[in-house]
Ligand binder design. Structure first.
Ligand code: FES
Length: 248
């Protein structure tokens, strides 16, 4: 395949950015999107040019590091992570626009790399359980009803990639935050911090400059792990419950 790539290039957070156009040839349909970018970068390096900076780690769809807006869609045309997107989703001769996540809470570091440490700070605010250290407890010592276990697993699938924020017209992080709160709040292990978790994590989310949710639903559509939109209403219920309990 021969492709025209229009790639966002930006030296650093303070420098102005612009789209640069590159031609790549000999791209196999079996390549992943990131392998296609590797090919571009090999050519840029051989020509003595600065390679395109982009985030990646596992390349297996589990770490959440990869983060590209491709032709206007977070992670591109398939409902998957950028690293699991393959070139068979494109046609020979296509022009592909590649941009970083666009959100004021995710400032550009360089080219296609953005700073997602706001997510880390939301997790640090309450995305954990307090457990005494020691040997691992017997797995069946704490019974969990099957619907609660399924609910927890569904929300624990969030890999924190930030596609929800990039897809949302408000730059809202409510789908991410709700997934992280819900998967712990529904379990007995998460009960001791149930109220402080939701209040602290939502407070941190608000202080990071993410927008509010207007139930557009783009976040759930873009999420590569299928975190459902009602996750946000479940978080709102948790927040109201915690607020009432703290004020009582
Ligand atoms: S590189 Fe890890 S999910 Fe894409």
């Amino acid at each position: 395949m021969k492709l025209t790539l229009r790639v966002w290039r930006q030296k650093n957070a303070d420098a102005p950015g612009a789209m640069s156009t590159y031609e790549v040839d000999g791209i196999s349909q079996d390549m992943s999107f990131l392998e296609m970018l590797d090919t571009l970068n090999e050519e840029l390096i051989l020509a003595g040019d600065d390679p395109v900076a982009f985030d990646h780690d596992c390349r297996e769809g589990i770490c959440g590091a990869c983060s590209l807006v491709i032709n206007g869609d977070a992670h591109g045309p398939e409902r998957t992570t950028t690293c699991q997107l393959h070139m068979r989703s494109f046609e020979d001769g296509d022009t592909i626009d590649i941009e970083p996540w666009r959100a004021s809470a995710f400032p550009v570091v360089k080219d296609l790399v953005v700073d997602r440490s706001a997510f880390d700070r939301i997790i640090q605010a309450g995305g954990y359980i307090s457990a005494p250290t020691g040997t691992a407890p017997e797995a069946h010592a704490t019974p969990v009803p099957k619907p609660d276990a399924d609910f927890a697993f569904e929300h624990a699938e969030c890999i924190g990639c930030g596609a929800c924020v990039a897809a949302c017209p408000n730059g809202s992080a409510m789908l991410f935050t709700s997934a992280k709160i819900n998967h712990l709040n529904v379990l007995p292990q998460g009960a001791p911090e149930r109220e402080t978790r939701v209040l602290d994590m939502v407070g941190q989310m608000d202080s990071e400059g993410f927008g509010g949710c207007t139930l557009t639903g783009e976040c759930a559509t873009a999420c590569p792990k299928g975190i459902p939109l009602p996750s946000i209403s479940a978080m709102n219920k948790e927040w109201l419950r915690a607020t009432r309990k703290v004020h009582r």
